[in-house]
Design a protein around this ligand. Structure first.
Ligand code: GLY
Length: 283
């Protein structure tokens, strides 16, 4: 794995399959200036094989609450092919994270991380997003972010049966202990509509028409969008929209999300049709 050490909007990770690819990735960053100053220092890490899960934790000092599990799909192409992106789709819950596995993740990763931050004298109040690879040898940390995930948040927050603002407010006030985190027994899926060419170069300014009204249980969250001079919604970024659907099952959530993805009109739209496939194929 070759990583740009600085921020690269989730795109600075190259999964090299052999030494030549790794060398090209390093040269692109150090000599080709591919990620600008973010790539002026590179990290070379083991390539971890397994399924990924995103663990979002609301932290307030030494108190924390683990939010519902989710799984992102980082590669641009179906079957997890092509370059990494900021995330092309998510679903929640990620059943691959069994209660036993979550308990291991909490004891080996979440709690030591929260304690470690506090032990360094940091009164951290916010969201810790831990990207974890579930390898054959056990869960292994890929990355930490002190922010929510995109598009993880789109599937995690709607499943909460408690007041999200109160949760975050209490965390910010150092008053998280005793908060009753309620999670609804629903399933959520978010399919990202990207602009053709993302994560490399892509067009901007393509007109977008959304179905109106949206079906119950489906929301379209705008990301890389703008309004042009004529007042038309247009593309303005690589990841353009997040189509999020709720359902009693993941199958139902997927059917609702994809029905809306198909109805959205935009000449440069692309999206993966296999979000959640691993879990759906296990069912
Ligand atoms: N979806 C991955 C991230 O937010 O970093």
């Amino acid at each position: 794995m070759v990583k740009a050490d600085g921020l690269a909007a989730g795109k600075g990770v190259i999964v090299a399959t052999d030494v030549a690819e790794a060398e090209t990735a390093v040269r692109d960053m150090l000599e080709g200036n591919k990620f600008g100053s973010s790539g002026s220092r590179v990290l070379i890490e083991d390539c971890l094989i397994g399924e990924e899960t995103s663990i979002l934790v609301v932290v307030s000092g030494r108190d924390y609450l683990i939010l519902p599990t989710s799984q992102d799909h980082k590669r641009i192409g179906e079957g997890d092919t092509g370059p990494n992106t900021g995330g092309m789709g998510t679903y929640s819950p990620a059943d691959v994270v069994t209660p036993e596995l979550l308990s291991e993740i909490e004891s080996k990763i979440v709690r030591p991380s929260v304690e470690g931050i506090a032990d360094e004298g940091i009164d951290f109040r916010g969201t810790l997003f831990i990207g974890i690879m579930l390898t054959a040898e056990g869960p292994s940390v890929l990355e930490y972010n002190t922010r929510f995930g995109d598009p993880e948040t789109q599937v995690v927050l709607p499943r909460l049966g408690c007041d999200v603002l109160e949760l975050l407010w209490r965390a910010s006030q150092g008053n998280l202990a005793g908060f009753d985190l309620q999670v609804q027994p629903t399933h959520a899926m978010c399919v990202v509509i990207a602009a053709q060419g993302y994560p490399e170069s892509y067009p901007k300014g393509d007109a977008i028409t959304l179905p109106n009204p949206l079906p119950t249980g489906v929301s379209v969250i705008q990301a890389g969008t703008a309004t042009n001079a004529a007042g038309q919604l247009v593309t303005a970024g690589g990841r353009v929209l997040g189509v999020t659907a709720m359902g009693d099952t993941l199958v139902a959530a997927a059917a609702s999300a994809y029905a809306v993805c198909d109805q959205i009109e935009c000449s440069s739209k692309v999206f993966r049709r296999d979000i959640g496939a691993r879990q759906l194929n296990r069912a």
